[in-house]
Design a protein around this ligand. Structure first.
Ligand code: MN
Length: 255
């Protein structure tokens, strides 16, 4: 099996190295990842300028292609240019921090998996919640079990899986829970202060202060479960679609 591995924390991030270690037990891993951290850059891509790709040694253990672009750029470049044929699996992570609820839409980690789903490739995003010290080695071992199960179950083309591992400092996960994406809003605020040059700056802070809906990804990790959430590229609101077809629309022909 040929696996493409990427992330949004940058090619030197410890979560990627840990995932490489476990993924390389499953197949032949090609690493194409951002040169720098790209957290919360969502599904941005680089247009109107070049990306530079350099072969680098990662963690003293393996080679990877370091790309001066976004996570989605990395998947594009890998699929369209680097790999001889499409990979059998795309893994993104392991991210430092959970990617649950509406954070899925900000996440570069998830965006890389979404990009893979555009190509109908099986894709898994893996993120680890933590308090002080993330244990990526344990998280990667857990992720490998989940990925193996997902591959055995055969993902439909266009499906992508968002895997979130709960805080491991409290002990082992209580199990795996298939969960939906929470839509809970975050309690966020801006810390306002003046920089040394007297300019006012605003620093975004905050997060989820609630456990979320009972069947949600957020609730699952907060209760100590690994959350596995199937996502899809199609953002169409089907409820609205059916209703809107019955609406009265203005005549615009000839305008
Ligand atoms: Mn990140």
């Amino acid at each position: 099996m040929r696996i493409l591995l990427t992330n949004d924390d940058g090619i030197a991030a410890p979560g990627l190295a840990a995932m490489w270690h476990e993924a390389s037990q499953l197949g032949q891993v090609t690493v194409v990842a951002p040169a720098e951290g790209q957290s919360a850059t969502g599904h941005g891509i680089t247009v109107g300028e070049a990306v530079i790709a350099s072969h680098v040694q990662v963690d003293g253990r393996f080679q990877g292609l370091s790309v001066t672009g976004r996570p989605a750029d990395c998947v594009k470049l890998a699929v369209r240019e680097v790999l001889d044929k499409p990979p059998d699996l795309v893994v993104s992570g392991i991210n430092a921090g959970a990617n649950v609820g509406i954070n899925i839409l900000y996440s570069g980690t998830v965006a890389a998996a979404v990009e893979a789903a555009f190509y109908r490739l099986p894709a898994v995003a893996v993120s680890l919640d933590f308090r002080d010290k993330p244990d990526y080695a344990r998280a990667a071992a857990i992720a490998r079990e989940v990925i193996t199960a997902l591959l055995r179950a055969k993902l439909k083309p266009g499906w992508l899986m968002n895997v979130n591992i709960p805080v491991l400092e409290r002990g082992s996960p209580r199990g795996i829970r298939v969960a939906r994406q929470s839509t809970l809003v975050m309690h966020e605020r801006f810390v306002k202060a003046a920089d040394p040059r007297g300019r006012t700056y605003f620093w975004l802070t905050g997060g989820f202060t609630d456990d979320g809906e009972p069947d949600s990804d957020l609730r699952a990790i907060n209760e100590g479960y690994v959350a596995v959430t199937p996502l899809r590229v199609d953002l169409t609101c089907n409820d609205a679609l059916d209703a809107m077809r019955q609406w009265e629309w203005p005549t615009i022909e000839g305008l």
